[in-house]
Design a protein around this ligand. Structure first.
Ligand code: 15L
Length: 274
């Protein structure tokens, strides 16, 4: 019998691509789950779970859903690039509601951050988790801010948080960049398990990628959680290694296509870094 958390786990964004995977896998382990999303849940609700629709911008609803929960796996919010005004409500105000609920419940937060919080680092650089935040989009900016919110709640209120900079979590890698950034669903689920069950996490950062030899990243807190990814993109190298774009901005930076969205610098001009 696999270990289960002492208190229920709230999963936000449960109807989204990653939330669904996590809800199904943790439900199959018999975990007591509270699932929520602004959209209806598209699957059968696991026997040990309940689903309630809620808007992250409704702070009272989030407080109610979090009652009694020991961990919040926060996948909710806008998950791709959008205009600034559309990102700020779900991703900033919504996350504030998550942290206020966690503070009240003495719960731990798993924050689905993103590689887009650091997307403007060059692909030739190997990054440690304490690297400079270099968001590549309004979406990435909200993730960088979210990581900072975690630091605030840890230092001011002792709310533990695990900030997972998810690379590309899809069934399979589909282009050359994803040979560096791919996170298999099974590795994501195991990371959620470890982040929930770990005795202590403090406020830490994890690179959310499988054991890809072409990785851009190293040096995070995985040993504290006891998480080791088992999958790797390497097996897909022959299949997708040649799939690249013709955009020099996209190909230069770790964040790929997000860096190229609305990019107005002259990419050919000499580059002043900091
Ligand atoms: C993300 O953060 C997005 O949610 C996802 O749709 C992908 O774009 C991924 O990053 C990626 O960088 O591949």
């Amino acid at each position: 019998m696999s270990e289960k958390p002492a208190r229920p786990v709230l999963v936000t964004g449960a109807s989204g691509a990653l939330g669904r995977q996590v809800a199904a896998a943790l439900g199959a382990r018999g975990w007591n789950l509270v699932l929520t999303d602004i959209a209806p849940f598209p699957d059968a609700v696991p026997a040990t779970a309940r689903f309630a629709r809620a808007d992250l911008e409704d702070g009272v609803a989030i407080l109610r859903l979090a009652e009694g929960c020991g961990t919040i796996l926060h996948f909710g919010g806008v998950s791709t690039e959008h205009p600034f005004e559309s990102v700020i409500g779900p991703n900033i105000k919504g996350l504030f509601h998550i942290y206020e609920a966690a503070r009240r419940e003495r719960a731990r937060v798993f924050f689905a951050s993103s590689n887009h919080a650091i997307g403007f680092h060059e692909r030739t650089t190997r990054l440690d988790a304490d690297c400079q935040l270099l968001p590549d989009s309004y979406y990435g900016l909200s993730k960088a801010y979210g990581e900072m919110m975690g630091r605030l709640y840890w230092f001011k209120h002792g709310v533990e948080n695990v900030n997972v900079r998810i690379g590309s979590s899809f069934p399979e890698p589909t282009n050359a960049r994803m040979l560096s950034t791919w996170l298999a669903y099974s590795d994501l689920v195991e990371l959620c398990v470890r982040a929930t069950l770990a005795a202590k996490t403090g406020s830490c950062v994890i690179w959310g990628a499988s054991a890809n030899t072409r990785t851009f990243w190293r040096g995070d807190a995985r040993a504290t959680l006891g998480w080791l990814p088992r999958e790797s993109s390497d097996a897909f190298a022959a299949q997708v290694g040649g799939v690249v774009s013709t955009d020099p901005v996209e190909e230069r930076y770790q964040g790929g296509a997000y860096c190229a969205i609305d990019y107005t610098r002259n990419e050919m001009a000499p580059r002043d870094i900091f």
